[in-house]
Design a protein around this ligand. Structure first.
Ligand code: GTP
Ligand code: MG
Length: 158
C-alpha cells in the first residue's frame, strides 16, 4: 500500500473516531450522497438515486458544529442558485460564527470551475465573521478528500 493511501486511510479512521457535528448542504445532484458513501468506505456509483426529502445531511457525531456546502463545480449554470442558497443560509442566526467549508465537487470533469472561479461565483469574499475555506474535490476520483478530512479533524479538535 502506498504512503498516500496509508495517510488517507489514517485520516479516514481519525475522522470517524472524532466527535463532530457536521451539516452537509448542497443543491440537487451536487454529489452529497456520493461523497458520504466514499467517506464511509463505499464504492462510487455513477447512477446514484436522488435523495428525496433530505437535502440536508447531518452527520451528528458530537458537539463541535461545522458546515460543509457542496457544489457541482462542473455545472456553471447552478452556481448562481448555489450562491443565493449559501448566503441565505449564512444569514441565519444559528449559523453565526460557524466555520464553513465549501467544496467544488466533480473536479474530474473537464469543464469544472477552479477554486478561484468558485470563490468569485459564490461571492465567498463577502462572507465575514467566520472561517471559510474552499476546496476543489472529486468524490469519484477521491481527489483532495485528504484535505477535507484534515480540515474537519483540525476544527473538531479545537
Ligand atoms: N464525474 C463525477 N460525478 C459525480 C461526482 N460526485 C457525484 N457525481 C455524480 O453526480 C450525480 C449526483 O450525485 P449524488 O451523490 O446523488 O448527488 P446528491 O447531492 O446526493 O443529489 P441529491 O440527493 O439529488 O440532492 C451522480 O450521478 C453521481 O454519480 C464526482 O466527483 N465526479
Ligand atoms: Mg443525495
Amino acid at each position: 500500500m502506498g504512503i498516500f493511501k496509508r495517510i488517507y486511510d489514517w485520516l479516514l479512521s481519525l475522522f470517524w473516531a472524532t466527535e463532530m457535528d457536521i451539516t452537509m448542504i448542497g443543491l440537487q445532484n451536487a454529489g452529497k450522497t456520493s461523497l458520504l458513501r466514499v467517506l464511509a468506505g463505499g464504492e462510487f456509483t455513477i447512477d446514484s438515486i436522488p435523495t428525496v426529502g433530505f437535502n440536508m445531511k447531518r452527520v451528528q457525531k458530537g458537539h463541535v458544529t461545522l458546515k460543509w456546502f457542496i457544489v457541482d463545480s462542473a455545472d456553471k449554470e447552478a452556481l448562481p442558485v448555489a450562491k443565493e442558497e449559501l448566503h441565505i443560509l449564512l444569514e441565519k442566526p444559528a449559523m453565526e460564527g460557524i466555520p464553513l467549508l465549501v467544496l467544488g465537487n466533480k473536479s474530474d470533469l473537464q469543464d469544472h470551475s477552479t477554486v478561484d472561479e468558485l470563490i468569485e461565483a459564490l461571492n465567498l469574499k463577502a462572507v465575514t465573521h467566520r472561517e471559510v475555506s474552499c476546496y476543489g474535490i472529486s468524490a469519484k476520483e477521491e481527489t483532495n478528500l485528504d484535505a477535507v478530512l484534515q480540515w474537519l479533524i483540525a476544527r473538531a479538535q479545537k
